[in-house]
Design a protein around this ligand. Structure first.
Ligand SMILES: CC(C)=CCC/C(C)=C/CC/C(C)=C/CC/C(C)=C/CC/C(C)=C/CC/C(C)=C/CC/C(C)=C/COP(=O)(O)OP(=O)(O)O
Ligand SMILES: O=P(O)(O)OC[C@@H](O)CO
Ligand SMILES: [Mg+2]
Length: 227
């Protein structure tokens, strides 16, 4: 299922982390809607290609979430392009994107490119530090970013990112109430089936990352919790 509008669950696998063949098979055949390949540090062309080739043995959709221009490689089903709406550094909002389009515009297949408007909420995550995100946001700020993503920029995805920590379900619910076209992704701290179910009530898609590496059995339970 290549239409992310129909998804409920995705696993995010980090090319910079080791995963056994057996664990990868269980993840890819778990019933999840997609495998997103991405991370915020230590990402190289070599480790992206290695993980892509291994995921490709299974029929699950395989998406690259681009974190640097140097690591973009053909062979994925779709490419997610983050733009960090609450970054204080224009590089992570549009400058790197501008550079990429200027350099590669003619060969980009836009049907494969999906832009994600990120709102990074956890001040302690690597992505917040990298992108110099302003995480001192109240509910009104977050809502405004969500509305801007949909009504001003017509972004296909609004990604509420709590990477590494569990967010506020009430806020996710409020954001969802403000979106009608833009798909709401929630990621961060989903470590149990209960948490998956709780966020899955409100977010269109929940993204499960770190727990894959810490407790595979629990990670697998997050799929049936929302599907
Ligand atoms: C198919 C093909 C060959 C195409 C060629 C054409 C081409 C080059 C197309 C690219 C077009 C384009 C516009 C690219 C954009 C380039 C770019 C570098 C954009 C910047 C993206 C960005 C804002 C990255 C910032 C970091 C970020 C938000 C990453 C998202 C993922 C994330 C938060 C992962 C969590 O990281 P993790 O490591 O797990 O962190 P924890 O330790 O906290 O868990
Ligand atoms: O690793 P966790 O905390 O599950 O977060 C998932 C994802 O949103 C990270 O980009
Ligand atoms: Mg991670």
């Amino acid at each position: 299922m290549y239409d992310f509008r129909e998804w409920k669950h995705a696993f995010k696998l980090d090319p910079n982390k080791d995963i056994t063949d057996e664990a990868l098979e269980r993840i890819c055949e778990s019933g999840t809607d997609a495998i997103i390949v991405g991370g915020s540090d230590g990402i190289t062309l070599e480790n992206v290609l290695g993980l892509m080739a291994r995921v490709r043995r299974f029929s699950v959709p395989c998406i690259m979430e681009i974190s640097s221009l140097e690591t973009v490689t053909p062979g994925f089903d779709l490419y997610f392009i983050p733009t960090v709406l609450n970054s204080t550094d224009p590089d992570w909002m549009m400058n790197l994107h501008h550079q990429a389009v200027k350099e590669y515009g003619e060969i980009i297949n836009w049907d494969e490119m999906i832009v994600e408007g990120y709102c990074i909420m956890n001040p302690d995550c690597k992505a917040a530090a990298l992108t110099k995100a302003n995480t001192a946001l109240d509910e009104g700020d977050v809502m405004a970013y969500a509305i801007m993503a949909e009504k001003m920029f017509h972004l296909p995805i609004f990604y509420l990112e709590y990477s590494g920590t569990y967010g506020d379900p009430r806020l996710v619910e409020m954001v969802k109430e403000n979106l009608s076209e833009t798909v709401l992704f929630y990621g961060g701290g989903i470590k149990t089936a209960e948490k998956a179910k709780e966020m899955g009530q409100f977010a269109d898609v929940i993204v499960v990352g770190n727990i894959v590496y810490d407790d595979l059995a629990m990670a697998l339970k997050t799929v049936s919790a929302v599907k």
